[in-house]
Design a protein around this ligand. Structure first.
Ligand SMILES: NC(=O)c1ccc[n+]([C@@H]2O[C@H](COP(=O)([O-])OP(=O)(O)OC[C@H]3O[C@@H](n4cnc5c(N)ncnc54)[C@H](O)[C@@H]3O)[C@@H](O)[C@H]2O)c1
Ligand SMILES: CC(C)[C@H](C(=O)O)[C@@H](O)C(=O)O
Ligand SMILES: [Mg+2]
Length: 352
């Protein structure tokens, strides 16, 4: 079993070190780990945020564990050289179109949510975010108009097959959960969303057991804080999913808790090939200080064990250890506590 470890920038290496300790503690046999540079760190060393060698190592693995990328010192580089292009390049080159972002309340953490505890308690949502299309990957540029004004533009689009394949993932996920799917779009304004909605409705014919609803994204953002318990599975496009998942994280308590899996169609002998990463970024404001919460990273490792290595028991073991640490009051600064990155790693390893 081969796992590529791409730690990246900022807090990436700090949280990756803790996930690695958890992985070591599981004592899996036949494990082959390959580290590679990515993001700003790779740009500084190799002149590109996603060197060919890194992409090859990722492609060659059964799964990729990814920390975070983003480096304020690279924000003025040409766009194709910026750290964020590494994650976008991995997602598109590896065909990882289905991004699963679960947000569920941990027992005992209700008071840490930005919401009232009785509302926060109900959160158990899976956001299924399309990851290979939308305004992220359309033509984009900055140009000067005839009258001399500068204009930036980004082309938003979805083709029907792109919508259909993510809709199938979401319907199947809903079948395995509460049987409810809410498709989030902006069909009242955007043609991209109008097609999205039509294709989701067409796809629903294959899933008569799933209750489908539709919601405009502005309302969905409001409903996510008003009554997040109403959601079971949400399916949405790349941009809306990015925003709604950060929002959902604060409903749970912290962005330092939310993991994600990015999956495509490729099957290995162990499971589905995928890339796993926290939903947060490189957190430059706390990088290098040992303050980052590594739980989202560790929970991403759990998703890797489940989806790519077929090790459901181990995945559940890691998730239970994280939940127990939280229940025992091991809280990072992001949750109002004082536990540092390594201390949280210690606490999780001790509870495995
Ligand atoms: N997948 C990724 O690699 C990814 C995701 C989001 C942002 N980014 C990049 O990261 C950089 C910083 O972006 P940003 O500040 O908008 O978002 P961010 O998620 O890095 O940080 C937002 C806030 O949350 C805090 N935070 C995030 N993760 C935390 C953790 N594990 N523990 C404790 N606190 C945590 C940060 O300290 C910060 O105050 C940018 O360059 C951005 O492009 C990368
Ligand atoms: C860093 C950025 C490109 C990325 C995204 O927008 O997808 C991040 O915000 C995320 O949520 O994974
Ligand atoms: Mg994001």
């Amino acid at each position: 079993m081969k796992i590529a470890l791409l730690a990246g920038d900022g807090i990436g290496p700090e949280i990756m070190a803790q996930a690695r300790r958890v992985l070591d503690a599981l004592e899996l046999s036949d494990l082959d780990l390959a580290e590679a540079d990515v993001g700003g760190a790779a740009y500084r060393k190799h002149g590109h945020p996603l060197p060919d060698e890194t992409l090859a190592i990722a492609r060659d693995a059964d799964a990729v564990l990814f920390g975070a990328v983003g480096d304020p010192g690279c924000d003025n580089l040409e766009r194709h050289l910026r750290p964020e292009q590494a994650i976008l390049g991995l997602r598109s080159n590896l065909g990882l179109f289905a991004n699963l972002r679960p947000a569920k309340m941990f027992p005992g953490l209700e008071d840490m949510s930005g919401l009232k505890p009785e509302i926060a308690r109900e959160i158990d949502v899976l956001i299924v975010r399309e990851l290979n299309g939308d305004v992220y990957f359309g033509e984009k540029a900055m140009r000067v108009l005839d009258d001399g004004r500068r204009q930036g533009y980004d082309f938003m689009s979805y083709a029907e097959d792109e919508v259909r394949r993510i809709a199938h993932v979401a319907f199947r996920a809903a079948q395995g959960r509460g049987g409810k799917l809410c498709s989030v779009d902006k069909a009242n304004v955007l043609e991209t969303s109008q097609l999205w909605r039509e294709v989701v409705i067409e796809t629903a014919a294959d899933y008569p057991d799933v209750e489908l609803s539709h919601m405009y994204v502005d309302n969905a953002a409001m409903q996510m804080v008003r009554n997040p318990g109403q959601f079971d599975v949400i399916v949405t496009g790349n941009l809306f999913g990015d925003i709604l998942s950060d929002q959902a994280s604060m409903c749970v308590g912290s962005i330092g808790l939310l993991a994600s899996a990015s999956l495509g169609e490729r099957q290995t002998q162990y499971g589905t090939f995928g890339m796993y990463e926290p939903i947060h970024g490189s957190a430059p404001d706390i990088a290098g200080q040992g303050k980052a919460n590594p739980m989202a990273m560790i929970l991403s490792l759990a998703m890797l064990l489940r989806h790519s290595l077929g090790l459901e028991d181990k995945a559940a073991q890691v998730e239970a250890a994280v939940a127990k640490a939280l229940e025992d009051g091991v809280l990072g600064g992001d949750l109002g506590g004082t536990a540092g990155t390594a201390e949280i790693g210690d606490a999780v390893v001790a509870r495995l």
